[in-house]
Design a protein around this ligand. Sequence first.
Ligand code: MG
Length: 254
Amino acid sequence: MIIRKSKQEIEGMARAGELVHETLQLVAEQLEPGVTMLELDRIADEHIVSKGGIPTSKGYKGFPAALCISPNSMVVHGIPNEYRAQEGDLISVDLGVTLDGLVADSAVTLPVGEISAVAQRLLAVCQDALAAGIEQAQSGNHLSDISHAVQLVVEEAGFSVVRSLVGHGVGRSYHEDPQIPNWGPPGRGPVLQEGMTLAIEPMITAGRPEVYVHDDDWSISSVDESPAAHFEHTVAVTAEGPRILTKAGAALLR
Ligand code: MG
């Protein structure tokens, strides 16, 4: 069942989203060669708690940290560790924050120093795909219009959509209905209605789409070790069109 939110709940989610955005900005500022993933997680965790929020992923199904941090060929769900960022890395950072009982969820892939031309294009395409998906989050559209729009942008660029991972409803809890694949034909699935709040999140690779789960049962990486990118926003379907709840006016990369 897709839970539609009231205007008040959407405003509450936007406040959680502001804290998500602010925290991701803080992480982006601290990300430089030599910093460990654990340090980034601590900075994020402390900031969220200082603002009265709760890092939603911490303790979620046993996940140990505030941030999911996934370097290079890791697509999602990386557990922050002693790995030190290196020049040329792509670091995907995914963050959910609960504030006053409402959740917002967002992810960015951040470059460390100079990155390759392919990596630059991968980041640009993933952001374009997210924007195309968000554009379809309109009352009266079908859910899979989002999926299809994302897929078109990614595959026209010659990259791959990870098919086994999906976006999701979000708000009263971290993961709600519906699941939102990043591929498939348009015009399928539920009709979108005002008050639906969706975490739209293309997860893409520069190579093949197959992924595997590491021995920690969390981290997911591309099988061919090609670099991955992940951008995510929490979006509300409103009478005025899609409203991004995790952006607060400023993009992190451009
Ligand atoms: Mg997320």
